[in-house]
Design a protein around this ligand. Sequence first.
Ligand code: XAI
Length: 448
Amino acid sequence: MPPADLDAIERAICPGEGACGGMYTANTMASAAEALGMSLPGSAAPPATDRRRDGFARRSGQAVVEMLRQGITARQIMTREAFENAIAVVMAFGGSTNAVLHLLAIAHEADVDLSLDDFRRVGARVPHLANVKPFGRYVMKDVDHVGGVPVVMRALLDAGLMHGDVLTVTGRTLAENLAEIAPPDVDGKVLRAMAEPIHRTGGITILEGTLAPEGAVVKSAGFDEDVFEGTARVFDGERGAMDAVEDGTLQPGDVVVIRYEGPKGGPGMREMLAVTGAIKGAGLGKDVLLLTDGRFSGGTTGLCVGHVAPEAVDGGPIAFVRDGDRIRLDVAQGRLDLLVDPAEARRPPGGLDRPRPQAHPRRPREVRQARRLRRARRRLRLTSAPAPGLDDARADRGRVGGVAAPFHRRARPSDGARAHFTWRASRGGRRGRRGRTGTHPGAPGCDG
Ligand SMILES: CC(C)(O)[C@@H](O)C(=O)O
């Protein structure tokens, strides 16, 4: 490509500064926060440099002070119904799969019992309405141009697909906020009408099956076909899969299985951003299915199934997939199956003692990075210590000027024992790690 063409693309590729412009994770979560009632109505969509943001910033501060005055707490806003509203909006936009992790984690903090079943249930009723990137044509500033997130919220509310009587940060209900804004009808191009949706169900589909007994997630908004059946190519970690793409050994019909990239296995559940991009770049986006116990970018779309649970490190069926196995994804049925009969037969008798990933050779750059990281860790050691007076400090924070602060945490049995992390000059102490428990990443009980 001539440098001048590259330069022209680079100058035109971003719709503006700030969060990446498509309905990726940042814009998805901004929309979800608006639907949750935790940010001001209409505040999610304006571009970063838009002067309206100054007004939203000021009014957000005013809203916080007013909530303190009225004693409104975050938990009064973030109820189960509010989370269902947030899920509904994410489904209508075809938002980032990371929203599943984030909403489960926020609900956990808010003591709201939310699970993958709620995403499944809401997603089955809410149609996909927004023609936005990564799968569609438009970006967030176009959504703003046609009225922003309140347009979708009103369409869903009118269709009985949102709860209107929930409290929001304005001190009023969601229905009252929308009545005051009076958003326009959907424009029909960026945001489709309820009667003419892009898909009849929401843009994220929760899967289950012999390969994912505790669930998996796919952004079905990018799909035209419902079923993909193919042959497994198994990689322990993203690097091996990248090598296969770069070596040109991936074939149409392959199912790229990337495991040991989950919350524990990665560790940290990285976005498989590079490999999904590389598969698309190799022209295999519609012919190769990728599935992983890791997660994806909000910019990922197409045949990419993530959050496969239990993850490989926990001995989930993904740990037992072999090259050549047949795998079937059926989005319409919400199924992800390993067509090996029966998959469980591969488990060693007496259970599994932590399957181990096969080591794959590191590239020189990775070796250098690892060495730098080790040195940095030696210089600055991450230590873990119980926070002195933590409970007292929390108790104080819980009340400000005689009224309940909106963002205090309810004491939990684990609070006193929970470690906090401080960076200290090197010497002594081992690096502390918070334990992880639970099953589906982000599910209550997990670090998410
Ligand atoms: C685009 C990125 C970096 O992958 C992330 O911000 C997301 O949207 O998930």
